[in-house]
Design a protein. Structure first.
Lengths: 338, 328
């Protein structure tokens, strides 16, 4: 149970609520009994399908009933339906699950059933040479991307929805261009810099575009640094941005980039002298300089910088001081900075 | 009668858990039947950690668990006549192991059910309909280990999938490509720990990410820029225990946060202060307090999420480190 406020009710109020619930409870138990009895009989009729609809509308978390519903469709209803009818049945189930998701957007079973529906859309029949046999699949999967965008508008951090979005992108008969997914993450990030789910998705899309050579990695990375600088100056307390920045830096192979970014963060720290994230990032990047570029930097100065920053971190972020202490111990050991 | 929220109200939580099974004329009781097997495991484990294992009737519990076994598939459902699922199967095994009743189990059939759910990619599905998740991988690894049958598992294939779920922040997601989430970090770390493959974890990155889950009010969140929730107390702390870094967070503040989420009248712990309690948060709150060394509690094993002495007796203890138990 999440986010349901505790309310103290009098004994009388609780009793009244309980009495009011009794008829609902009787109906629910009767319906459950009816469905499970039919299930045990391996009944695949339309009446059974209807009974599962009723039960799932009351309780969409009843996974056994979703399973039974799929078995009824596969074993009883689909074999006697035309492809058009199968498509209509699946469209009905998409509506049923949509209604359920509006109230329960974090119930795994509902998402799973949607995916199953889409994976069972039949090929369009009777197409000779002028049509696309995957027309229905394309139509429904495209529509699904739109649906998942609506759900992510309602809750931009719902990880079920993001996970489902990736599934849709992988499953669409005509894949969406990854550059347009990149543009989607830009929109999500611009509407809220602290949406780490969107930053995460962006890191995956960019890695893929870079590795396939569809985007020039060096140039594209520079654009990412611009985006992230903008975000870190807007709200230096937002950890999403700093985590993404750490991804851009990666293992810190480029000394030029490391030194440039250190200078930028240093000047942000001057404006925001208590910024824990500036200090924490500076320690990490200076340690990368020490590890990867020891021969071309002044190691004693960098080590001293780290020790000073760690002292400050212990003051501004005392709850995590044990971690800063541990880093402080290794940073002074030459050639053993991590 | 109201209590101060500066200590763990053990007697109240024990009676809260005992009363959960007595609400049979309550609609909510029946609407949550699909979670019953998990709920019994949460309740029993919380009781063990509070030192009150006997508060629920052992024989009744074992009979109930066995009534949920699905002869046809070899797995357990969440309730009699509910379909077998890997989620309820692990809870059933954990309950039977905790109650020293594993002889009731047809181990070969259960092992076969679990192994049948591994996909060619290495990840496990929850049931025959094929929903995949690293949660299910952990469940399979944990269950096979408790049953002494890890030798039947294709370890390389299993680890290989988990590694592909590792993100640049050191955390793990539910599937390849999914965002890091503290619950998924727990399941992936615990599976790797059981399989002796901690080398697949970027310890310094991950312990940083985990330490940053703590918010100024002491509570832990599950992902960056999200709200705190008592259940993450266990998922973040258990992962930190496996990495031997529980001291990276402020334990006093987290203890206060968990205690403040107790219901001082009816008992139980909620997701956050002032909310309705439930057995899930009660279990994870108590488990979190145990890892933080809260006085008077019994040690919990962060890998198996079961009483530590039991896991040790079975010879399954791994090299985790929780905080030392405080006195008084």
């Amino acid at each position: 149970m999440h986010g349901v406020r505790r309310a103290r009710q009098s004994k009388e109020a609780l009793e009244a609520k309980r009495r009011k619930e009794q008829s609902k409870l009787r109906d629910y138990l009767a319906l459950t009994d009816d469905v499970l009895t039919r299930k045990k009989r391996n009944e695949w009729s339309r009446e059974a399908l209807h009974a599962t609809t009723q039960l799932l509308q009351v309780n969409p978390e009843f996974y056994t009933v979703w399973n039974y519903r799929r078995r009824i469709l596969i074993n009883g209803v689909f074999p006697e339906s035309t492809p058009e009818q199968i498509k209509d049945l699946l469209t009905d189930d998409l509506s049923l699950t949509m209604e359920a998701l509006k109230i329960h957007p974090k119930v795994y079973w509902i998402w799973t059933h949607r995916g199953w529906c889409l994976n069972n859309v039949p090929s369009r029949p009777g197409i000779s040479d002028d049509g696309d046999p995957r027309g229905w699949e394309k139509e429904l999967w495209n529509q699904e991307l739109f649906v998942v965008e609506k759900l992510l508008d309602a809750d931009p951090r719902n990880f079920h929805a993001w996970s489902y979005r990736r599934l849709v992108l992988e499953s669409m008969p005509v894949p969406k261009l990854e550059t347009s997914e990149l543009a989607y993450t830009t929109r999500k990030i611009e509407s809220n810099f602290s949406n780490f789910s969107a930053w995460h998705q962006r890191s995956k899309v960019l890695s893929s575009l870079w590795s396939q050579g569809k985007l020039d990695e060096t140039k594209s990375k520079e654009e990412e640094f611009d985006l992230v600088h903008n975000a870190m100056y807007t709200d230096p307390k937002d950890q999403s941005v700093w985590i993404y920045h750490r991804w851009l830096i990666g293992s810190g192979d480029s000394r030029d980039i490391l030194e440039r970014e250190i200078a930028i963060i240093q000047s942000l720290l001057e404006e925001e002298p208590d910024s824990k994230w500036c200090m924490e990032s500076l320690v990490h990047y200076k340690r990368l300089l020490l590890r990867n570029h020891a021969s071309s930097v002044v190691t004693s100065t960098l080590t001293q910088d780290c020790i000073k920053l760690l002292d400050q971190l212990r003051k501004v972020d005392p709850g995590r001081r044990a971690r800063y202490n541990e880093i402080g111990k290794v940073v002074v050991i030459p050639n053993c900075v991590f | 009668m109201s209590h101060e929220l500066n200590s763990l109200l053990i007697p109240l939580h024990v009676s809260y858990i005992q009363n959960l099974g007595k609400n049979k004329d309550d609609l909510m009781y029946h609407l949550t039947a699909h979670l019953r097997m998990n709920a019994i495991y949460w309740g029993l484990t919380a009781l063990c950690i509070m030192g009150h294992r006997e508060a629920l009737d052992r024989d009744e519990m074992i009979d109930y668990v066995m009534s949920c076994w699905d002869e046809e598939t070899g797995g357990f459902g969440a309730h009699p006549d509910h379909d077998a699922h890997i989620l309820s199967t692990l809870s059933a095994i954990q309950i039977l192991v905790t109650q020293d009743a594993i002889e009731r189990l047809d181990i070969n059939r259960v092992v076969k059910f679990i192994l049948s759910l591994q996909q060619p990619s290495g990840v496990f599905a929850g049931d025959s309909f094929g929903e995949i998740d690293t949660r299910f991988t952990y469940i399979a690894v944990n269950a096979l280990s408790l049953l002494g049958r890890l030798k039947d598992l294709d370890v390389e294939k299993t680890v290989n999938y988990i590694v592909q779920c590792r993100n640049f922040d050191g955390g793990f997601g539910s599937r390849i490509g999914a965002e890091s989430h503290a619950g998924q970090v727990f399941v992936c770390c615990a599976a790797l720990t059981i399989l002796d493959r901690l080398d697949a974890i970027d310890t310094s990155m991950l312990s940083w990410w985990l330490a940053e889950r703590q918010l100024p009010n002491g509570g832990l969140n599950g992902r960056p820029e999200k709200l705190e929730d008592v259940c993450y107390s266990f998922w973040v702390l258990s992962s930190l225990s496996m990495l031997k870094k529980v001291h990276y967070i402020d334990s006093d503040k987290l203890i206060s946060f968990i205690l403040s989420a107790q219901d001082p009248e009816g008992g139980g712990i909620a997701d956050r202060p002032g909310d309705m309690p439930d057995v899930f948060h009660t279990h994870f709150g108590v488990a979190g307090l145990s890892l933080l060394g809260y006085p008077g509690l019994v040690d919990i094993d962060p890998v198996y999420c079961m009483p530590a002495a039991l896991i040790e007796k079975m010879g399954l203890r791994k090299g985790w480190q929780a905080l030392e138990r405080r006195t008084g």
